[in-house]
Write a protein that binds this ligand. Structure first.
Ligand SMILES: Cc1cc2nc3c(=O)[nH]c(=O)nc-3n(C[C@H](O)[C@H](O)[C@H](O)COP(=O)(O)OP(=O)(O)OC[C@H]3O[C@@H](n4cnc5c(N)ncnc54)[C@H](O)[C@@H]3O)c2cc1C
Length: 396
């Protein structure tokens, strides 16, 4: 197998476009201001991202998309996250939760309705899967029920940690519609639910990081959803959402890599400027070692993430695609751990200034914590790696 580490000219241009977009539309000072004030980032940013063509990469041209695959999505997420992590989070909600799920599971009507709007930056999505009873043990904890009522389902339940309710128009909602004794993976159905449907209420949760892309508790009380909004097949929702979750893991890993890179760049710059004992602190071996470790770990996380994306892009069968999920899980695990370590070292290098709101390092440090346990915890990621990649018995 040939190994080629070069990006194409199109990919280089795309990254350059994103870099310039972030510098102009959401410079770090602006992001800090929004984050410190606990403000949502302006929705106009999302539209502008659509206008420069970023949201269409990897979607069919007939809906306004441009050719591309998982590698391109990974590169986009990394570069967006380098500039503004919460915008990359919005990209995840739109392109993965919404776009990927609808492209792969939706019928023509759903695709026609949602994809062009997404690609233009005129709509976004949220994923309502996790419930208060447990995030990892989705099948054990899921209590949200849909009762059939003529042409509709009446949905009742509570979801927790639904991110992006304020910027989404549609929720990809995981609901139990059928009880299949002894088979909890069967009987789940995905719905595309209009956020403004009567019976939906949500409240924003206070959180450590990503202040401009809120996370919510969402209550569904007798929410009437027409059957035409079922995404994919009734009762098969669990198996359908798994593809989206693999895609999500690679995008999350890429977001971590973007965060790691910007924390590293700022730490490196600081180490050249700040002086102690008559020389730049980068001249002290302890700081140099930190930076060398950071650079090396970032490289390993990026390479693993690109490999996972490559495997998804080159999967010829569904079995190969599912097998790529093992590497997707590995890269999510490793990239989030690396982001945690890199931002921790960044804080040590900036020392007292790293702790100050005025510097960006503390924001990177706070933001990356969530990826260590979301979308799945790294403990669970290792369970999956053991099972899928090492042939060990299922441990959970
Ligand atoms: C900021 C943020 C945004 C999120 N956004 C969304 C969203 O948009 N939509 C959505 O549906 N969900 C979202 N989530 C939910 C996220 O996916 C869950 O938090 C995650 O799956 C973990 O679930 P939990 O927090 O309930 O932890 P639990 O499942 O309660 O786990 C608690 C601890 O027990 C460990 N543990 C549990 N079982 C095992 C096991 N078998 N083996 C080893 N260790 C185990 C875990 O690793 C962890 O350390 C978000 C979460 C956060 C924090």
């Amino acid at each position: 197998m040939a190994i080629d580490f070069e990006l194409t000219d199109e990919q280089k241009m795309m990254l350059d476009t994103i870099r310039k977009f972030c510098e102009k539309e959401c410079p770090k000072e602006k992001v800090a201001e929004w984050d410190n004030a606990g403000k949502d980032f302006p929705l106009s940013l999302w539209k502008k991202l659509g206008d420069i063509g970023v949201l269409g990469v990897g979607f069919p041209e007939e809906y306004g998309g441009t050719p591309g695959g998982m590698i391109d999505e990974a590169l986009i997420a990394e570069e967006l996250s380098y500039g503004f992590n919460d915008l990359a989070l919005a990209y995840l909600l739109g392109v993965s939760f919404g776009g990927y799920s609808i492209l792969h599971q939706g019928n023509k009507e759903q695709i026609d309705k949602h994809l062009p709007l997404l690609i233009n930056g005129e709509t976004n999505f949220a994923l309502g899967m996790t419930e208060p009873g447990g995030g990892l043990d989705v099948l054990g904890a899921l209590k949200t029920k849909g009762r059939e009522d003529g042409d509709n389902f009446i949905i009742n339940g509570t979801k927790i940690f639904t991110t992006g309710m304020h910027i989404a128009d549609t929720i990809v909602l995981v609901v139990r519609t059928d009880d299949v004794p002894g088979k909890s993976a069967l009987g789940l159905t995905l719905f595309l639910v209009d956020k403004n449907t009567s019976g939906i209420t949500y409240n924003k949760l206070e959180k450590l990081g990503s202040h401009t892309c809120g996370t919510f508790e969402v209550v569904y009380e007798d929410v009437k959803v027409h059957k035409s909004n079922i995404l994919g097949e009734r009762g098969k929702g669990w198996y359908q959402i798994l593809g989206t979750l693999n895609n999500e893991r690679i995008i999350v890993a890429s977001m971590c890599n973007g965060l790691s890179r910007c924390a590293f760049d700022e730490a490196l710059q600081y180490s050249k400027e700040r002086e102690a004992f008559g020389k730049p602190i980068g001249g002290h071996m302890a700081i140099q070692h930190y930076l060398a470790e950071m650079a090396t770990e970032i490289e390993t996380a990026r390479l693993l993430t690109y490999k996972a994306a490559y495997l998804v892009d080159h999967a010829k069968t569904n079995a190969e695609l599912m097998a790529a999920g093992g590497t997707a899980t590995m890269c999510k695990y490793w990239a989030s751990e690396v982001a945690g370590r890199v931002t921790d070292r960044g804080m040590r290098i900036l020392a007292g200034y790293g702790f100050m709101q005025e510097y960006h390092m503390q924001r990177y440090f706070r933001n990356c914590r969530q990826y260590i346990f979301a979308p799945i915890t790294n403990e669970m990621a290792k369970n999956i790696i053991g099972q899928m990649m090492l042939g060990l018995p299922k441990s959970y």
